[in-house]
Design a protein around this ligand. Structure first.
Ligand SMILES: Nc1ncnc2c1ncn2[C@@H]1O[C@H](COP(=O)(O)OP(=O)(O)O)[C@@H](O)[C@H]1O
Ligand SMILES: Cc1cn([C@H]2C[C@H](O)[C@@H](COP(=O)(O)O)O2)c(=O)[nH]c1=O
Length: 234
């Protein structure tokens, strides 16, 4: 029996890598699938992994109807046994409902991959609907880490390395490597543990507080930015 599975986690925990691996494994056994993505960092109509893999995909737009996408291919004789749905946090709730219908009424497996919550810790509407409807929600085994070494559970948005809590929900961007200096005016992301998210301490902020010459991690938990410790307002 087909299933709707949501593989979820923070940014940079290996979701797109797993999406490409699952597609490869199913295809290698003769199954037919369609790859979808939405707003991938590498550009439209692409699934890209930070491990270096990159494959073409159908770009999901606001008018995309997953039911029609499967029907059109099956009608023209193509085999569709499964869908790979990357960046699924950006799909609309009604598109997620279409995915559930494709599973139940066409017996197509749907493997969806996406981040659960946004830079304000709020669920993306697409992720919320997936959590509500999925047969299984699987948290990825590879843990993204906070600069302090704890498991990262939050995706912070940064500007010049400083965490921001105001802005549009959707802003395509990437996480920086630990030794990259934050670029002037560039919006980025950083995975943080809840404690450092709540206190708004990014790696850059922690380095500044440590005087810049002390290797991380160190104990900055007594040092707080003004406003840190408050939950970001909606
Ligand atoms: N140079 C590297 N060597 C080994 N693993 C890497 C390297 N760069 C990235 N990775 C792995 O790739 C993961 C990110 O994979 P990716 O599929 O792009 O994540 P996601 O789609 O969840 O944002 C990292 O957590 C890390 O495990
Ligand atoms: C937290 C957050 C993230 N995004 C964007 C940034 C990236 O383009 C994607 C996540 O991609 P990944 O493959 O999981 O790294 O989402 C956003 O638009 N808004 C946010 O709040």
């Amino acid at each position: 029996m087909a299933e709707l599975v949501f593989f979820s986690g923070t940014m940079d925990c290996g979701k797109s890598t797993l999406a490409l691996q699952m597609d490869h494994n199913h295809r290698a056994r003769g199954r037919g699938g369609i790859r979808f993505s939405c707003n991938d960092r590498a550009g439209d109509s692409t699934i890209s992994s930070r491990l270096g893999l990159r494959t073409d995909a159908v770009e999901v737009e606001s008018g995309t109807d997953f039911w029609d996408e499967v029907v059109v291919r099956r009608t023209s004789g193509l085999r569709v046994d499964y869908l790979i749905c990357d960046e699924a946090q950006f799909y609309s709730p009604s598109q997620v409902e279409q995915l559930a219908r494709v599973v139940d009424e066409m017996d197509v497996d749907v493997f969806a991959f996406g981040i659960t919550s946004d830079f304000r810790t709020r669920l993306f509407p697409g992720s919320q609907r997936l959590i509500e409807l999925a047969d299984k929600v699987q948290v990825l085994q590879v843990e993204a880490l906070c600069w302090c070494g704890r498991r990262a559970t939050q995706n912070a948005r940064t500007l010049n390395g400083i965490m921001v809590v105001e802005g549009e929900q959707v802003m395509v961007g990437d996480v920086a490597a630990a030794d990259d200096a934050p670029f002037e005016g560039v919006v980025g992301y950083e995975t943080l543990c809840r404690r450092h998210y709540m206190r708004r301490v990014t790696a850059h902020g922690a380095n500044l507080m440590a005087g810049g010459d002390q290797p991380l991690p160190f104990d900055v938990d007594a040092c707080l930015w003004p406003g840190a410790g408050e939950l970001p307002r909606q």
